[in-house]
Design a protein around this ligand. Structure first.
Ligand SMILES: Nc1ncnc2c1ncn2[C@@H]1O[C@H](COP(=O)(O)OP(=O)(O)O)[C@@H](O)[C@H]1O
Ligand SMILES: [Mg+2]
Length: 263
């Protein structure tokens, strides 16, 4: 792989307010693919469902100072909530159910949109790439992710309503850019759960490319049963079955991301 995340670290929020579009799967497998290549990677679970945490086999685990909940709502050292994972070079800030209350509790916290940025900025020096796994909403947690990030990666499930609701995400990003984070970029739009056997998948892919143009990754993630199975074993699919089409697609995505940054 090209060596081009070795400059300043890149913070990527993986966001789409729809659930089940492949956000968490993308964070797990993209982060792991880069870590396996030797990049220092941090994955941050900002979803109260904690799927990123359990998908990495760390459900119920807390850092010395707790989880992302404590990190956002109390005064802890930025590295107090870091956990090592089974993947060399990949660290995690875990989440659990406590985070459900954070959306409401954050409302009364000073500079409530900047809490995650305040946590992540001091960690940039220690990682080449930091991925934030957002919850399926455009609430304060996702807003915190957009303020902390350099760019947003948007997974889109190749189905009929794929583009519906995206206007809201794009509008939120525009609002964030105009005030809280002027440099927020689009990392790319990722077509997920693509089924080439259906016309619908092809039609949706064409529409999405027409709308987002070169922002759409060339790499498309196929619907693949291994990607669905791996989380129940707490192992990233790219390690669980490295030969599967799903795993290969995520490895290709990591390469494409690196190549884009080299250009
Ligand atoms: N390409 C894929 N093929 C098959 N199943 C997938 C694929 N991507 C994700 N899944 C499964 O679909 C469900 C939703 O994916 P997930 O990544 O959790 O979405 P989100 O984080 O957007 O809610 C999970 O059970 C996951 O394992
Ligand atoms: Mg998720």
């Amino acid at each position: 792989m090209p060596d081009n995340l070795s400059g300043p670290s890149r913070v990527v929020a993986v966001a789409n307010q729809k659930g089940g579009v492949g956000k968490t799967t993308t964070v797990i497998n993209l982060a792991t693919s880069l870590a396996v290549e030797g990049y220092r990677v941090l994955a941050v679970d900002v979803d109260p469902q904690g799927n990123l945490t359990s998908g990495l086999g760390l459900r119920g685990r807390r850092g010395d100072a707790g989880t992302i909940y404590e990190a956002l709502l109390t005064e802890v050292a930025p590295d107090g909530c870091l956990l090592a994972t089974q993947v060399e070079n990949l660290s995690l800030i875990p989440a659990d159910r406590n985070l459900t209350g954070a959306e409401i509790e954050l409302v009364s916290v000073p500079v409530r949109e900047h809490r995650l940025r305040r946590l992540i900025d001091p960690l940039r020096a220690r990682f080449d790439c930091i991925f934030i796994d957002c919850p399926p909403s455009l609430g304060l947690l996702t807003l915190n992710a957009l303020v902390a990030a350099d760019a947003v990666l948007i997974p889109l499930h190749c189905e009929y309503f794929a583009l519906e609701g995206l206007a809201d995400l794009v509008a939120t990003m525009r609002r964030v850019r105009s005030s809280l984070n002027p440099h927020l970029d689009i990392e790319g739009v990722l077509l997920t759960m693509y089924d080439e056997r259906t016309n619908l998948g092809q039609l949706v892919a064409r529409d999405v490319r027409e709308f987002f143009k070169e922002k759409v990754f060339n790499t498309v993630i196929p619907r693949n049963v291994r990607l669905g199975e791996a989380p129940s074993h707490g192992i990233p699919a790219v390690l669980y079955d490295a030969k599967s089409r799903g795993a290969a697609a995520y490895v290709a995505l990591a390469k494409e991301m690196l190549t884009r940054h080299a250009a």
